[in-house]
Design a protein around this ligand. Structure first.
Ligand code: SAM
Length: 260
């Protein structure tokens, strides 16, 4: 069968390096688990994941991929032709009995943040995720305070997951060759001990970073600053601190006091 003509608008860069595909598929040991894949495309990674002796649900928006994927479906493998961002993940997995839930995917880069937000906000019990993402974005995921890459996405993600970059992937491993390099990142679930509501927390963190050069006092005008100031001082910051300086714990402390 002839390869699909890639659609740029759908982030289609197909991975054609067998070694990288194996490394991604083998980055997690699975046995009677459930794996979710986002964007199977022509099935390069899907074929590796099917061998993992687990259930697999793959979401693909482009129905032109059907001829490549239909024959991969069986009693443990299901392809859902839908926009991943519009799926009800809880509903889709509710009848499957599995040990652990993993997400493994070469995702479309143009919706990296919405994909991650959708996963966290779905409140499905993800054990860990292995995602192939744009290298610059991978750096943003694990950025430290005060660095240029540190932003709301870093804070949000690290609240729910421990983030580890596994390895880089050269752009020549894809067809068509993208302009950017990529990296595989592993996210391991933290035990959300404060039971932080993901939707409210995401909104709050975006408010903190809404104007990057402004102080928290400015960005959080609608809240009582005396409480925020107290937490800032207790944690070694001064009252004119900016969001980009704060560590994760301090964001959580402020959120717990003024939003929750
Ligand atoms: N997994 C394949 C591989 O590694 O070669 C394809 C990866 S390609 C980077 C991203 C895939 O995501 C494409 O097949 C594209 O059609 C699909 N995609 C794009 N937007 C999507 C969405 N909103 N929901 C589901 N799939 C989407």
């Amino acid at each position: 069968m002839q390869d699909l003509k890639a659609k740029k608008s759908l982030g289609q860069n197909f991975l054609n390096d067998d070694n990288i595909l194996n490394k991604i598929a083998n980055s997690i040991d699975t046995e009677n688990d459930l794996i979710i894949e986002i964007g199977p495309g022509m099935g390069a990674l899907t074929k590796k994941l099917i061998k993992k002796n687990s259930y697999l649900i793959a979401y693909e928006i482009d129905e032109r991929t059907k001829p490549f994927l239909l024959h991969l479906e069986n009693e443990k493998t299901r392809i859902i032709y839908n926009d991943f961002l519009k799926t009800n993940l809880k509903e889709d997995i509710k009848n499957i009995t599995y040990n652990r839930l993993y997400i493994i995917a070469n995702i479309p880069y143009y919706i990296t943040t919405p994909i991650i937000e959708h996963i966290i906000e779905s409140e499905i019990p993800v054990e860990s995720m292995v995602l192939l993402v744009q290298k610059e974005v991978a750096d943003r995921f694990s950025a430290k305070p005060k660095s240029k890459d540190y932003g709301s996405l870093t804070v949000y993600l690290n609240t729910y997951f421990k983030v580890d970059k596994l390895f880089d992937v050269k752009n020549t491993c894809f067809n068509p060759v993208p302009k950017v390099d990529s990296a595989v990142v592993k996210f391991t679930k933290k035990n959300n001990e404060y039971n932080i509501d993901s939707v409210k927390f995401s909104k709050f963190i975006k408010e903190c970073f809404s104007m990057k050069r402004k102080t928290l006092k400015n960005n959080l005008k609608k809240y009582d600053f005396t409480i925020i100031k107290e937490i800032l001082l207790e944690n070694g910051y001064n009252e004119s601190a900016r969001a980009e300086e704060l560590d994760l714990d301090t964001f959580i402390k402020i959120y717990m006091k003024i939003v929750k």
